[in-house]
Design a protein around this ligand. Structure first.
Ligand code: MV4
Length: 517
């Protein structure tokens, strides 16, 4: 049962985050006439959130533990400035139950779920038990932590190899080990426990049946304070690099109305079972035959929320604020179907030609794409300093089209318009992805990107081949200049049925350049 806390109008909210999500929340607050206050660390003093907020307060030094993770100081600041609520964004304290509890004890609205829901859904074992009881499909496996290697061997034999060892307190792939056969169990068990201990301070692990090459499809849910929970549809998040999502889209290319209804219903059941309120995401593994299995619930607004916003035309941050003020969910949102197609790419300050090594530095040039169906959610501006203190994501480029084809065309145009100089970014990866047949056909799975990167299909691997990377980069710039100038089809090239002329881009594919070096 959802306990209905006293509700009140939010007149001032403190944003306890930085970068693009701080900008996103500040904009939603100001759009709603709520005073937007933001915290910042000493190195973020001149960054975009500080420039856009109504009020800004230095909370400490660069190191996150000295600033954005200082829960007590942030709540105290909220009280001292008369903030009615705190929006945690994502990352940092957004899924920290103690922080949510501190807010509640200080009579400051935590714009997110209850501490109790965060605790329950933060434990993979407690979540699995809750879902089993609620009848939500979970991956076959254990529902308790393994006491020792002997118990692990017994459980694995019962489940049947291949199996997946997972950290009880885990997420994001840390403390996770695939075990293909009994001989590999002992070393995997030790490694998983050691990594779980290092990552979460809790070395307990459990076992599941391995789901082979699934898709990662997640459902956006909203729960209001009356206990009403609805689904806002799915996001396809299978394109991940080392468990980091890089491209997300809505709807999923393989979704059918019937499967959407089934997964949405399972997600609503899962969230309701946890007494979930606010915006949340229920993650599933989806197999080709339409079987799906509960993975976990993310008790925060996700990085990729814009693709859902574009196909539902619902402002999810505003929805969070309305729910926090005690408003019931808008009845018109129930059973909403996606309109058109949205794709998001995350722009990281990493060099895809050097194994995605971080590329800190100054953003010398930032020219963001515009025009029909293009949205930029960036947390940096020209002159911004990208440091190694925080996640290297600069922002997201999101496009909307009437269908996936138009969305992909728009994404290609927007990526070509985007100009970031002074640091390396992952933009070339996405330009190459748009040429990949599997991507264009929507044939995705969770290992696809890692597989293609390892094969060198999408960008030169730095393993072994001492590629003249500077030469590749110079040549790509050269081809980009040529293609911009020559982006006119030669005479006689008839447009296709949709009026599109062949793309006479002369940019070589990265591997083609490799052949010429
Ligand atoms: C799995 C799985 C396959 N079988 N569990 C990834 C981190 C966390 N969200 C759980 N994850 C997975 N759990 C079973 N039983 C596949 C994933 C998974 C994944 C695994 C390897 C590489 C990339 C992945 C991306 C998404 C999900």
């Amino acid at each position: 049962m959802v306990t209905k806390p006293p509700c009140r109008k939010l007149r001032k909210v403190l944003v306890a985050n930085r970068g693009e999500i701080a900008v996103r929340v500040i904009r939603a607050l100001r759009d709603r006439g709520i005073v937007a206050a933001v915290v910042y660390s000493t190195v973020d003093r001149s960054e975009l959130p500080v420039l856009l907020a109504d009020e800004a307060y230095c909370i400490g030094d660069a190191e996150a533990s000295e600033s954005y993770l200082k829960a007590g100081e942030i709540v105290a600041l909220a009280r001292s400035i008369g903030a009615d609520g705190i929006h945690p964004g994502y990352g940092f304290l957004s899924e920290n139950a103690d922080f949510a509890r501190l807010c509640r004890d200080a009579d400051v609205v935590f714009i997110g779920p209850s501490p109790e829901a965060i605790v329950t859904l933060g434990s993979k074992i407690a979540s699995r038990r809750l879902m089993l009881e609620a009848g939500v499909p979970v991956v076959p496996g254990g529902d308790r932590a393994l006491a020792d290697l002997e118990e692990a061997a017994t459980a694995a034999a019962e489940i049947g190899y291949p199996v997946m060892l997972k950290a009880t307190a885990g997420g994001g792939g840390k403390g996770m080990r695939l075990v293909g056969e009994p001989e590999a169990l002992a070393s995997a068990y030790r490694a998983a426990r050691s990594e779980a201990k290092a990552s979460f301070g809790d070395d307990s692990v459990y076992l599941e049946k391995l789901i082979q090459r699934p898709r990662h499809v997640e459902i956006q849910i909203l729960g209001d304070l009356s206990g009403k929970v609805i689904s806002l549809g799915e996001r396809e998040c299978s394109l991940q690099r080392r468990h980091q999502k890089v491209v997300e889209e809505a709807p999923s290319p393989i979704m059918t109305p019937e499967l959407r209804q089934r997964m949405g219903s399972a997600a609503v059941t899962a969230a309701s079972a946890a007494g979930y309120t606010g915006a949340g995401t229920v993650e599933f593994l989806l197999e080709e035959d339409g079987s799906f299995y509960f993975l976990e619930v993310n008790t925060r607004l996700q990085v990729e929320h814009p693709v859902t916003e574009l196909v539902t035309r619902i402002d999810l941050v505003e929805a969070q604020l309305r729910i926090a003020e005690g408003e019931p969910i808008d009845p018109s949102w129930e059973g909403i179907e996606p309109h058109g197609h949205a794709i998001e790419v995350r722009v990281y300050a990493e060099d895809p030609y050097r194994g995605f090594v971080p590329s800190p530095g100054t953003v010398e040039t930032l020219r963001l794409p515009e025009g029909p169906g293009v949205r930029n959610d960036f947390g940096v501006r020209e002159g911004s300093e990208v440091t190694i203190h925080y996640d290297p994501m600069l922002g997201k480029l999101i496009v909307w089209g009437r269908d996936r084809e138009q969305a992909m065309r728009r994404l290609g145009r927007a990526l070509d318009e985007l100009r970031i100089e002074g640091i390396k970014t992952t933009v070339p990866l996405y330009q190459e992805l748009l040429r990949d047949d599997d991507f264009r056909l929507g044939k995705l799975d969770i290992e696809m990107l890692d597989r293609k990167l390892a094969e060198g299909v999408l960008s030169p691997s730095t393993d072994g081949e001492a590629l003249p990377l500077g030469k590749i980069a110079v040549a790509i710039e050269h081809f980009e200049r040529l293609s911009r100038r020559a982006a006119v089809a030669p005479a006689g090239a008839a447009p296709d049925s949709q009026g599109n002329r062949p793309r006479w881009r002369q940019r070589a594919r990265i591997e083609g350049l490799r052949g010429s070096t």
